[in-house]
Design a binder for this molecule. Structure first.
Ligand SMILES: Cc1cc2nc3c(=O)[nH]c(=O)nc-3n(C[C@H](O)[C@H](O)[C@H](O)COP(=O)(O)OP(=O)(O)OC[C@H]3O[C@@H](n4cnc5c(N)ncnc54)[C@H](O)[C@@H]3O)c2cc1C
Length: 394
């Protein structure tokens, strides 16, 4: 399996490192501490990153984008998340759903949505699935038609009328286009009765509810979406009616596992670097604490997990390149769980190595531990591991 970086990959990695150090680092800690979850967001950093191609990184060259492959995308996330996981995620959320516009959309839809995405530095994407009463049931749907999305879309001539509510939606409140999953047949299980509709943020009947106040990843916006007789034309539909889930072509957007894992490992790298520096400089018992075995062994353990996590990540990216991205393996499904364990273990150790300072808001590591805690709630949960176990048993 080939893990070799090309000159382009190295240049991209360097560009991301420079951007993260020069532009993100100066605002990261300050933004994280703003109490109002809506005010943590900063359009200036998005515009600067967009200028470098970071918002539209996954648009293929043939359609006018930078055309960065998955290995390149992962390298960029590792660098950005090393400085701020939440800002990194705000950019990469767009890459995850770019294939909907580049591969699933027709020419007319591309003209209406891909063109502004490419041209407008503040045009961002969001995918709206989760609802207050439908979370895991969308990811591992039972056969009961009552489970899964309750948001409905009813056909009215050439239009669809959407009613319902989504919550926890990433880039909620800052995205211009929402890939909305709505039930169009309540008599069958969710995978067979859901349709995907593109809802521009200025559609009458569409509004943003609360912005969620998270303990970590605070720059990254998560919000409630409200659909009240929200009317979109059938021309905004992706895929066939009732095929918004369960269609094999959805696999093109399966970057989630690598994307989240790279983010986790970027955060873990930052925690390791801070802890190593602190352990070299902090003197207790007459010597730098790195010379105390208890601390040295913690650092060795952190390094080992990081190395294993990165190797696993690159292996999944490389094997996906060989097999195609719609090939879901248990190995790919479990990557996020492993990366979650790495980031949570490494950040916990980093906080411990900082002693009392570890939990102080002005030390760099407590933010990393808060950011790391988010991953359990979207990656390392029992549903993900059960899906992988099922695959192993097939
Ligand atoms: C930061 C963040 C960003 C997010 N971004 C988005 C987004 O952009 N778009 C979007 O649509 N959603 C998004 N989500 C929502 C996320 O996908 C859901 O939170 C997730 O699917 C879990 O659903 P839930 O919160 O309703 O938990 P629940 O489904 O209520 O699950 C609660 C617990 O029970 C377990 N559980 C549930 N069902 C089963 C089962 N059948 N077998 C075993 N265990 C089970 C779960 O693993 C979990 O531990 C985001 C969430 C967060 C925290």
């Amino acid at each position: 399996m080939d893990f070799t970086l090309t000159d382009e990959h190295r240049a991209l990695q360097q560009m991301a490192r420079d951007f993260a150090e020069k532009e993100i680092r100066p605002i990261s800690a300050e933004r994280d501490l703003i109490p109002d979850p809506r005010a943590t967001f900063d359009w200036e950093i998005i515009k600067k990153g967009s200028d470098l191609g970071l918002r539209t990184l996954a648009v293929p060259e043939r359609l006018g984008g930078p055309g960065v492959d998955r290995l390149g995308q992962v390298l960029v996330i590792l660098e950005l998340a090393r400085v701020d996981g939440a800002i990194s995620k705000t950019f990469s959320q767009n890459w995850k759903f770019t294939p909907f516009l580049t591969e699933l959309a027709n020419d007319e839809q591309r003209e209406r949505f891909l063109t502004p995405f490419l041209e407008n530095d503040t045009f961002m994407l969001a995918s709206a699935g989760t609802e207050p009463d439908a979370g895991s049931d969308n990811r591992m749907p039972p056969d009961d038609p009552k489970a899964g999305y309750r948001t409905s879309a009813v056909r009215d001539g050439d239009d669809w009328i959407i009613n319902g509510m989504k919550h926890f939606i990433a880039n909620g409140g800052v995205a211009s286009l929402y890939f909305t999953l709505a039930r169009t047949d309540f008599s069958v299980p969710v995978n067979r009765g859901t349709t995907m509709l593109m809802v521009p943020s200025d559609t009458p009947g569409f509004s943003i509810g609360r912005t969620h106040n998270k303990i970590g990843w605070r720059f990254y916006q998560n919000a409630e979406l409200i659909y009240e007789n929200c009317c979109v034309p059938d021309a905004n539909r992706l895929l066939e009616i009732n095929e918004g889930r369960g269609n094999k072509r959805m696999g093109i957007a399966s970057f989630n596992d690598e994307e989240l894992s790279a983010n986790a490992l970027g955060i873990a790298q930052a925690a390791f670097e801070h802890a190593l520096e602190h352990a070299r400089n902090r003197v207790q018992g007459g010597k730098p604490i790195i010379e105390h075995q208890a601390i040295a062994l913690k650092l060795a353990d952190m390094y080992m997990r990081l190395e294993a996590g990165r190797s696993y990540l690159f292996k999944v990216v490389a094997s996906e390149k060989e097999r195609g991205s719609d090939f879901e393996t248990a190995s790919k499904q479990l990557l996020k769980s492993f990366a979650t364990e790495v980031v949570q273990s490494v950040t916990k150790n980093a906080v411990e190595i900082f002693g009392g300072m570890g939990v102080m808001r002005d030390a760099p590591v407590e933010k990393l531990m808060r950011d790391a805690s988010i991953f359990t709630h979207l990656a390392n949960d029992s549903v993900q591991n059960l899906k992988a176990a099922r695959k192993l048993g097939q």
